[in-house]
Design a protein around this ligand. Structure first.
Ligand code: GDP
Ligand code: IMO
Ligand code: MG
Length: 426
């Protein structure tokens, strides 16, 4: 079977974790293909709330094989904590979790470098989650990183030391002070811990699954507007978050990509720095933040909030080849009498565009809005499209017309059950 890809179309935190969990029973394999513990994917069911950082969101479905692919940057210390945090769910993690030997390892010094670089940037900081993502991908691309498979090599300690010595030289240049003792001990303990899991050539696992006709879902992290090539550079993450990333991050040939599920919030949020044309820095934004509980799943930082940005969404759909749209957090807009939708930008010279300008990080574009009436009622318990208030179906129809694709799945709450499905998905 082809590999379906599920990813975020905005700046992350769209609700990918929830939907992977909801769709997982339809899949035999769920695989993460990029990112690392900068991700925080929240799942809610049976009154539990659980946040996953590196482990795929199919993990709570016993029959699903979960894979951490080669494109991921993996922090062993966080991995150990995550596994320990799953202990009371009685999952057979040694059986249904595989880790690519080609996944990159985040060292404690990568986290220090992340902090040193951000500190040096001052006001210009990216707003990184400080999990060491950028420095680890930098080492991967500059061909000096360590990979999961290296952990089982007898000369791992030497390889580790050679890289750490290079990191220390950089940290000295930045005059960054640190004490590695505790983190290093935790790192080596976590490396030993990781060895009891299935460390594999996951490109074979994935391609064998394809050849056996198994159903496979690739789970994206971050969002398309944080993609290192197509996002608001330099205010991006360091991986390809778009559908093409699933090919390189898992070893899947492009011809084997099937559906591309594009997940977006009914409004927009962003954590960290960088352009956000529709951002609301007023009480409307604040009520969106409170209503949507918009505080980072990984760092706890308040998320910046604003109205939906259709030019940005359309751009993300184009880059990803989205075939299915899923709208999240519709319920958060319940509180508004009027809902604004950005349909184009006014450039500083007065011209109007519906493209994302290259200069987006250096100029301030003014969003041009359409105004739609709010529905102003609770959506609780609604499961059928026909039950939705007319103003909400009108809002959906407006988006569908602009984006030229139906929205067949609407999420109305954090719980697994809070979903409205129209027609069939995949
Ligand atoms: P991800 O990184 O894309 O998986 O998203 P996060 O888990 O970081 O953030 C999404 C947040 O919204 C989480 O707290 C979810 O529990 C919550 N959530 C998901 N879907 C809905 C929804 O439809 N309505 C509401 N109110 N919350 C939702
Ligand atoms: P999920 O998978 C939202 C943001 C950071 C920062 C920028 C770079 O939960 O949607 P990094 O740590 O990668 O160097 O940070 O990217 N960022 C995210 N924002 N959701 C995420 O993941 C994110 N991962 C990174 O806030 O602005
Ligand atoms: Mg998140």
């Amino acid at each position: 079977m082809a590999v379906d890809v599920l990813l975020g179309l905005q700046w992350g935190d769209e609700g990918k974790g929830k939907i992977v969990d909801v769709l997982a029973p339809r899949y035999q394999v769920v695989a993460r293909f990029q990112g690392g513990p900068n991700a925080g994917h929240t799942l809610e069911f049976d009154g539990f709330k659980h946040v996953l950082h590196q482990i795929p969101s199919g993990i709570f479905r016993q029959e699903v094989q979960n894979i951490i692919g080669n494109g991921v940057v993996l922090d062993p210390i966080i991995f150990k904590k995550e596994i320990e945090g799953l202990a009371h769910f009685n999952l057979d993690l040694k059986k249904n979790l595989e880790i690519s030997k080609k996944a990159s390892i985040i060292l404690p010094t990568h986290r220090l470098l992340d902090a040193a670089y951000e500190l040096a940037k001052g006001k210009e900081k990216i707003g990184s989650t400080l999990k060491g993502i950028g420095p680890t991908y930098t080492d991967k691309i500059s061909r000096q990183g360590l990979r999961v498979g290296d952990m089982i090599s007898p000369n791992f300690p030497e390889k580790y030391k050679a890289l750490v010595d290079r990191h220390k030289a950089i940290l000295d240049v930045y005059k960054y002070e640190y004490d590695l003792t505790e983190a290093e001990a935790a790192f080596f303990e976590a490396v030993e811990f990781m060895k009891q899991f299935a460390l594999v050539d996951s490109e074979y696992s994935v391609n064998n699954a394809i050849n056996l006709g198994k159903t496979i879902l690739a789970e994206g992290a971050q969002g398309s507007l944080l993609d290192v090539d197509f996002g608001s550079y330099p205010f991006v993450t360091s991986s390809n978050t778009i559908s093409a990333g699933a090919c390189t991050g898992l070893g899947v040939a492009p011809k084997n990509i099937g559906e591309v599920f594009g997940i977006f919030k009914a409004y927009a949020t962003r954590v960290g720095s960088g352009p956000f044309p529709t951002e609301l820095e007023d009480e409307v934004g604040e009520s969106m933040r409170q209503e949507g509980r918009e505080f980072g799943s990984t760092t706890g930082r308040p998320r910046r909030c604003g109205w939906i940005d259709l030019p940005a969404l359309k751009y993300a759909m184009m880059i990803n080849g989205v075939t299915q749209l899923i709208m999240m957090k519709a319920d958060v807009l319940n509180i508004f009498e009027e809902i604004l939708v950005c349909t184009a930008y006014e450039m500083p010279d007065g011209t109007v565009t519906d493209h994302i300008p290259f200069e987006i990080t250096d100029i301030k574009v003014k969003p041009i809005y359409a105004s739609l009436p709010g529905w102003h009622c609770s959506l609780e318990g609604m499961r059928d499209f026909n039950e939705l208030p007319a103003e909400l179906t009108n809002y959906i129809a407006f988006l569908e017309k602009y984006l030229n694709l139906p929205i067949n799945f609407i999420s109305t709450g954090p719980d697994r059950e809070a979903c409205v499905l129209r027609g069939s998905l995949a």
